[in-house]
Design a binder for this molecule. Structure first.
Ligand code: NAD
Length: 485
């Protein structure tokens, strides 16, 4: 791939932990032929200092590696003030020089790894100060959050669309870089045994859990204005719902896949007003113990209001009103300071018409298909089979497949795939504006209600799976959360 990659926010956490190691991995696999990187950030740094920091970040993420000096020789640094046109003028001059020296054919990727309030202004400057006047392709990669609600997302979109067309905008949802999230589509559409059952006749409910053990750490300021609903549900959780629920695309092209996902969003049942608290549960962590360590409550975290009404947990029941899914609840839950770090999807199939294999006091477990997203990656199918040696008793057996080799959490693989997709011009695993708009419209109805009323927080202890209402959400429908551990 031939490209000049400009990273805005190159001294930040995301660049160091994810972007540089991911670029190195692409480099070491010979996937970058002609490339250069210009790191842009506020503080003054020499090229040497910047190259050293890139080296350090690769070393700490991946350990000692070959050809590191050659890799970092492609990196340049420019100190920059995002609000000042003069900064962009000198950046353009520098970028044009690098482009010529490395024969980059005028291909440019602008990666905005900065606080979201800068996304719009940077995009406007890139255009007005001529950085987008290129002979090759120009692409904008933009981090989350994409807006704070539908109105602010529309405003941001308007700003970036003055400089980039929709096809040139790559909105990152790093869940779409995860191996097993990408696998949902293959499991569904490449197996004759699942697709015929993938509907309301055979599936009783779907449960998606994404739990973290970490608290808010040093991100209190950002999190106070966000919360779990905006930080996790609007993007990552909704994306997983769309992939699980979409119709088979006609072809595996970006447009076809995205338009099927959009059709799912269009079929979401709006939950508003008094229904919000029947369909959704919010939580905020209190003190507790995680892995034998005593941890403070959210309200005692740095830069968090002592009376904060911000949710660190959200669970909900999402209904998709279309022919395939009418009547099938999609339950989701996500939060911080929960029992375990895990992202899993459980597809629960309906019970068989009658149970021949147990006395009445025992239950036959339903068939489950579990998709393990992280930290394990794989699938498990729960079936019932005869207990060895016994009479005709049935027991659950599990058929498992584990993706081997990728057990570490927070590996840069997701970003590596997404960066490579962007260089190839494949936007399938990035979110289209229509998906963003529909999911904000859905989420806004919930936040409108929650922002008006104060919840008696904290309402779940750190190290647990959330407030008790989370269990009641399923119990009302006759279900329970399948354990994720
Ligand atoms: P950060 O605070 O660590 O880094 C911000 C960067 O922006 C720094 O390089 C800083 O120098 C630069 N910057 C700030 N103000 C500037 C100015 N006025 N002019 C020029 N440069 C300026 O932030 P981060 O954690 O790297 O996050 C960046 C973006 O990525 C955010 O949108 C965040 O939501 C998103 N994100 C981060 C992570 C992560 O793991 N850190 C994960 C997902 C999404």
């Amino acid at each position: 791939m031939t490209s000049l990659i400009m990273i805005f926010g190159a001294t930040g956490d995301l660049a160091k932990r994810k972007l540089f190691p991911s670029l190195y991995r692409l480099f070491s696999k010979n996937k970058l032929d002609k490339f250069a990187v210009i790191g842009v950030a506020r503080r003054p740094l020499s090229n040497d200092e910047f190259q050293q920091s890139v080296k350090d970040s690769v070393l700490s993420a991946l350990g000692n590696k070959d050809n590191l000096d050659e890799f970092v020789s492609h990196f340049y640094y420019q100190s920059h003030d995002v609000a000042d046109s003069n900064s962009y003028v000198s950046l353009k001059k520098f970028a044009d020089e690098i482009d010529t020296n490395y024969k980059l054919e005028g291909n440019r990727i602008f990666y905005l790894a900065m606080a979201p309030e800068f996304f719009g202004p940077i995009a406007l400057h890139l255009k007005s100060d001529g950085l987008t006047d290129v002979t090759g392709y120009k692409r904008l990669v933009i981090e989350k959050p994409f807006g704070h609600d539908l109105a602010s997302a529309k405003e941001l979109n308007k700003q970036i669309r003055t400089a980039f067309s929709e096809e040139e905008v790559y909105r990152i949802d790093h869940y779409l870089g995860k191996e097993m999230v990408r696998n949902i589509e293959v499991i569904r559409f490449a197996n004759a045994i699942f697709e015929p059952l993938w509907n309301n006749r055979y599936i009783s409910n779907i449960q998606i859990t994404s739990s973290e053990t970490l608290g808010v750490e040093e991100r209190g300021r950002y999190y106070e204005s966000s919360g779990a609903l905006r930080d996790m549900l609007q993007n990552h959780m909704m994306q997983m719902v769309a992939l699980l629920a979409m119709e088979p695309p006609i072809k595996l092209t970006t447009d076809e896949i995205r338009s099927e996902k959009v059709r799912v969003f269009r079929a979401l049942r709006t939950v508003d007003g008094e229904e919000v608290n029947q369909f959704f549960v919010r939580g905020q962590y209190g003190e507790g113990t995680i892995e034998d360590e005593q941890v403070p409550k959210y309200r005692d975290e740095p830069m968090v209001d002592k009376e904060s009404n911000t949710e660190t947990f959200v669970a909900g029941k999402i209904m998709i009103d279309n022919f395939r899914w009418a009547g099938v609840p999609f339950y989701i839950r996500t939060g911080k300071r929960m029992t375990t770090k895990s992202t899993k999807i459980v597809i629960q199939f309906k019970d068989i018409p009658m149970n021949l294999y147990y006395q009445t006091e025992k239950m036959l477990n339903p068939n489950l298909l579990v998709i393990h997203i992280q930290p394990e990656e794989g699938i498990t199918l729960h079936l019932n089979a005869k207990k060895a040696g016994g009479h005709l008793d049935a027991q659950t057996v599990k058929l498992s497949f584990a993706n081997t080799g990728i057990h570490a959490m927070n590996t840069p693989e997701g970003y590596e795939k997404l960066l490579f997709d962007c260089m190839r011009g494949d936007a399938t695993n990035f979110t289209h504006w229509d998906e963003v708009a529909y999911s904000w419209a859905f989420v806004d109805k919930i936040s409108e209600v929650w922002e008006k009323t104060k919840e008696s927080f904290p309402n779940y202890q750190s190290g647990t799976m959330g407030p008790k209402e989370t269990d009641e959400l399923l119990e009302k429908d006759g279900y329970f959360w399948w354990p994720v551990t």
